[in-house]
Design a protein around this ligand. Structure first.
Ligand code: DX5
Ligand code: ZN
Length: 224
């Protein structure tokens, strides 16, 4: 099997519940039970313009799903809340370099809590900003839209950023996951994986009109 076919087969899918029907959270999580991780977007109305959800929804998801819960914190000074998110059931916690002057400390704290540590950055932030912590994280997340809302268009320049980060991780001998979030769909999933991604987040492409099972299946088909 070629390296590319192997990557396509092995890529993890992480549906973002931001686009789900929260009145039926348990059913929605059930519909994505065949995914690899569930992605939870926490927004505080300060770091990003939107407010989404926080600890009670994470705790509810924990009670109803066996999937690893991948929490993307779009909040100012996330280090104030890491312990609470870990206690509420997060398996991985991803923090933005722009959200704290102490990104290295935040990453260390996540590791000390025994959780998978992720770092991420906005599309307008130079990639260099994550380089100093590459050896300290389990996940690097490339945002391929400006964070804050589901259903936005994939920013094409993200592909080059994914390729560069892929090279840096390989050079460092890092086996950190390279996750991509924003505007990922069955039309661009292959290109995103070919550029070097190992985890795809998808919200609106999964929780579409015909239900999350069909959405997830479409994404998997596109990677065959
Ligand atoms: C955007 C969030 C994403 C969002 C993705 O700020 O971080 O996880 O839910 O949604 P889609 O896949 O619809 O772009
Ligand atoms: Zn996200």
């Amino acid at each position: 099997m070629s390296a590319e076919a192997d990557n396509l087969r092995r890529v993890k899918l992480a549906p973002s519940i931001l686009s789900c029907d929260f009145a039926h959270l348990a059913d929605e999580l059930g519909a994505i039970a065949g995914a690899d991780w569930a992605h939870l977007d926490v927004m505080d109305g300060a770091f990003v313009p939107n407010i989404s959800f926080g600890l009670p929804i994470l705790a509810a998801a924990r009670r109803t799903s066996n999937l690893p819960l991948d929490v993307h914190l779009m909040i100012e000074r996330p280090e104030r809340h890491l312990k609470d998110f870990a206690a509420a059931g997060a398996d991985s916690l991803t923090v933005h370099v722009e959200s704290t002057p102490h990104i290295h400390r935040a990453v260390q704290q996540i590791r000390e809590l025994g959780k998978r540590a992720g770092v991420t950055l906005n599309p307008g932030t130079p990639l260099e900003a994550v380089r100093p912590v590459l050896n300290d994280v389990d996940v690097v997340l490339i945002m391929s839209v400006n964070p804050g809302f589901g259903g936005q268009k994939f920013i094409p320049a993200s592909l080059e950023r994914i390729r560069t980060l892929r090279r840096w991780l390989d050079e460092a001998g890092s086996d950190a996951e390279l996750q991509v979030d924003g505007g990922v769909s069955s039309t661009n999933a292959r290109a995103v994986v070919s550029a070097g991604a190992t985890v795809l987040v998808a919200g609106s492409a999964v929780f579409g009109k015909d239900g999350a099972r069909a959405g997830l299946e479409r994404l998997r088909e596109a990677l065959k």
